[in-house]
Ligand binder design. Structure first.
Ligand SMILES: Cc1ncc(C[n+]2csc(CCOP(=O)(O)OP(=O)(O)O)c2C)c(N)n1
Ligand SMILES: [Mg+2]
Length: 283
């Protein structure tokens, strides 16, 4: 039990630092998909500080777990996780979004160590993940493939075709992480294209399904552990309900938060608010 408490305390500090790195990168460019980064930070903390089997100094290690950023516009969140994982040095965040940086504003596999695919054309991550998971099985490689995607990608037919293929091939090495933030570029997800009842849909496609609060760290941790430890020969999906802007109340409440407008003084205000609620020994 003590170990579990220590694990959770350590993950809280990771999530705090991921939020902080993302805000600092946002301030460098004066913009960015910061609402998504704050909302997805708890999932990224559990992925990068607990679940993924990686070698930070060898990002292309053959036996690594693969983490695919299908929603390439979440790159700012992903870079923060790479910094936290020691794959990218913290000093590099100052280059975010500038010419010749390894950290472009949308995820690019050829630019960034640890970036497995160039996502961003939404709906492509899961099909690629299915191919990778199948390939690893053929090679008898025990690595997991994680596909990180947004709820907007549930509008894409390619997602559901891949979901059907994954179940057909019994890909128990595939874990799909969906950010249900109920937001898309054109408004609330339910208004753009209703996708509920979502858990039932994935289950009907042959997947093992969990749905949890993606900002509740103990629940996120338990869901990752369950997905990894299951012995059923089925792909696994975790549907995470998240709150955009989580941790910075004035950003949580902002309208049109697909691409939040943040005025220059607000970046420092956001960092201060985050720091006030920081877990002990976080910095
Ligand atoms: C195939 C495709 N269609 C349209 C877009 C344009 N686009 C970029 S982000 C976005 C919103 C998609 O929803 P989601 O990823 O859930 O948005 P968020 O949660 O980040 O607000 C859209 C439509 C795209 N990148 N790819
Ligand atoms: Mg969304």
């Amino acid at each position: 039990m003590e170990n579990q408490q220590q694990t959770l305390a350590s993950l809280r500090r990771c999530a705090y630092r991921i939020r902080r790195f993302a805000l600092r990168m946002g301030e460098v460019q004066g913009q960015g998909y910061i609402g998504q980064a704050l909302g997805w930070a708890d999932v990224l903390a559990v992925a990068y500080a607990h679940a993924l089997n990686l070698r930070p100094d060898e990002p292309e290690w053959e036996d690594r777990d693969r983490f695919l950023l299908s929603h390439g516009h979440y790159a700012i969140a992903f870079y923060a996780a790479l910094i936290e994982a020691g794959i990218i040095p913290e000093s590099e965040l100052e280059t975010y979004g500038s010419d010749d940086s390894r950290l472009p504003m949308s995820g690019m596999a050829t630019y960034t160590p640890g970036m497995e695919i160039s996502g961003g054309s939404l709906g492509q991550g899961l099909p690629i993940a299915v191919g990778m998971a199948l390939g690893l099985k053929h090679k008898r490689n025990a690595a997991f493939v994680y596909n990180s995607m947004s709820d907007g990608e549930l509008d894409e037919g390619s997602t559901w075709e891949a979901a059907m293929g994954a179940a057909h091939h019994r890909l128990d090495n595939l874990i799909c992480l969906v950010d249900i933030n109920n937001q898309q570029a054109d408004g609330p997800s339910g208004k753009v294209m209703g996708f509920e009842p979502l858990a039932d849909k994935w289950a009907a496609f042959g997947w093992h399904v969990q749905r949890v609060d993606g900002n509740d760290l103990p629940a996120v941790l338990a869901a990752f552990d369950r997905a990894r430890q299951l012995t059923e020969p089925r792909p696994r999906v975790i549907l995470f309900d998240t709150l955009m802007g989580k941790g910075v109340p004035f950003l949580e409440q902002r309208e049109k938060n697909h691409f939040i407008r943040v005025d220059p003084p607000e970046w420092q205000q956001a960092l201060q608010i985050l720091d006030q609620s920081q877990p002990e020994e976080a910095v």
